[in-house]
Design a protein around this ligand. Sequence first.
Ligand SMILES: C[S@@+](CC[C@H](N)C(=O)[O-])C[C@H]1O[C@@H](n2cnc3c(N)ncnc32)[C@H](O)[C@@H]1O
Length: 254
Amino acid sequence: MSPTNQSLSQVRLKATIIDATHLLRAGKGTSRLLPVFLISKLRTSSRRKKALSSIQEFNSVRDSLDLSTDWFSHNIPRWNSVFTKANIARNDSFSILEIGSWEGLSACFFLNYFPQAKLHAVDTWEGGDEHDGMQSVSMAEKRFDRNTSNYLSRVVKHKGTSDQFYESFNEDSFRVVYVDGSHRAEDVFNDASSGFTRLEVGGVMILDDLLWKFYKDNENNPAIGVNKFLSKHKDSLKIIDVGHQLYLQKIREI
Ligand SMILES: C[S@@+](CC[C@H](N)C(=O)[O-])C[C@H]1O[C@@H](n2cnc3c(N)ncnc32)[C@H](O)[C@@H]1O
């Protein structure tokens, strides 16, 4: 192994140990994710190669969008394998719930990948704690509108907090729920719990930023909220994959 490769492996190993410790520290619910997290780490590069075509397929869409950031595209290989594993058929007609849409990049992925699906996009379009001082916040909603304008008949926009959405909207159940709104532990717990209630049995829920260590007080970080959610619902779900995001399938009604 060359010295550069060796130091790269050391950096990766160190990062894996830090992330594994983060999952352990958050509690029993997230500690149970460790075996899947570690096995999945070993599979990352082969999965990336296999999913190259799905990334390329989306690149041309992404390049046509008006974006100031791309916090999403690196997730595509895992999303591809998770939807396949969960038997979510690409051409079925169903509803998707996205909490946190920002400029519409992940929304456009959903709308492309599932060409018959309807997307409910929930956002304040005011940004979260991590967007403080970012100039692009003031443009995020306009960009979302522009970027999703090709899919108008399949997008329902809900402007407001996720709490407001869950209180007022009861019309649909969802085959896919993506939780990527506020990253405060308490909000993550609420978004995951309410999203899981509306998720169809057999449906997939994706929780973003499981391993994010943004808040100095660890109690506010997403893993704490995810831990609480997993401890409550462990008997009704199956873990599909664990990385920076958590992927799970609902296996029975709660
Ligand atoms: C990380 S961004 C979403 C990125 C998007 N999913 C993507 O990959 O393209 C998080 C979004 O959550 C929104 N947000 C923050 N707190 C929220 C809340 N309580 N309810 C709804 N949306 C919220 C922010 O306005 C921001 O647009």
